[in-house]
Design a protein around this ligand. Structure first.
Ligand SMILES: O=C(O)CCC(=O)C(=O)O
Ligand SMILES: [Fe+2]
Length: 232
């Protein structure tokens, strides 16, 4: 099920970029949203970039060189501006066109790809910023509405087998192979779509974090429709 943004107590809305970066996560808040209605034609940019692989990063140079209509140019200005705002904060934004992400099928009972609810992790304090400009948008779910997969008994038992049945080093194994980052929605859990054009700051798992990391996932793409997004 997908829900609207507004009734969710773990989300805080802000009204500009400065507020987005200066607002800290606290209490139950682990997702902050600069809600926007963008102008311009982002689909034109998607169409103009050739995609021979699952996904491609568009450099700022490539973006500047595209021949675009007035509406396409408006979209480009927004992309360049967002990119520069994030960069000026010390982030390393990437602008991607995504047909699909690589699916992880190493262990069918436990895919560790970004289509699965997960947290991002970093050894240093930081946050994930993301915005979908075109196509299906990312989703989040409240922490209370999902369970860490390594804590689900049947899954844990399978993972234990994979680790040769040993208790010794099991926790390290879970984190080394990123199993501990993934979550399963509870039967009544509601995924929340992050929407188009909104710039989000999501809490990640890092040693000094005071809040729970935000559970999020990439959406299943619509057949034949690519996504355009910025992420860092
Ligand atoms: O593509 C998305 O919507 C999310 C991607 C993501 O979560 C990641 O790269 O860690
Ligand atoms: Fe992620």
């Amino acid at each position: 099920m997908t829900n609207s943004l507004h009734s969710n107590i773990h989300i805080q809305q802000v009204s500009d970029f400065q507020e987005l970066v200066s607002t800290s996560f606290q209490g139950g808040i682990n997702a902050i949203c600069w809600n926007r209605k963008l102008i311009g034609d982002f689909s034109e940019i998607v169409q103009k970039i050739e995609l021979n692989e699952n996904m491609v990063e568009i450099t700022q140079e490539e973006l500047r060189e595209l021949q675009l209509s007035k509406q396409g140019q408006l979209a480009r200005e927004i992309l360049i501006n967002d990119f520069n705002l994030l960069k000026a904060q010390g982030a390393s934004p990437v602008l991607n066109i995504i047909n699909n992400y690589e699916r992880d099928d190493s262990y069918p009972f436990f895919p560790t790809d970004v289509y699965s609810f997960h947290v991002d992790r970093s050894p240093i304090p930081s946050a994930t910023f993301l915005c979908t400009y075109f196509g299906e948008s990312s989703e989040i779910i409240p922490n209370s509405e999902a369970t860490q997969k390594v804590l689900i008994p049947e899954i844990r038992a399978e993972l234990k087998k994979l680790h040769g049945g040993k208790e010794d080093g099991f926790e390290v194994f879970l984190s080394e192979y990123f199993f501990d980052l993934h979550y399963q929605a509870k039967p009544d859990g509601n995924a929340i779509s992050l929407g188009i054009g909104n710039l989000w700051k999501l809490a990640i798992d890092h040693p000094q974090s005071k809040v729970l990391p935000c559970l999020h996932r990439a959406p299943k793409e619509k057949e034949g429709e690519k996504r355009l997004m910025i992420i860092c």
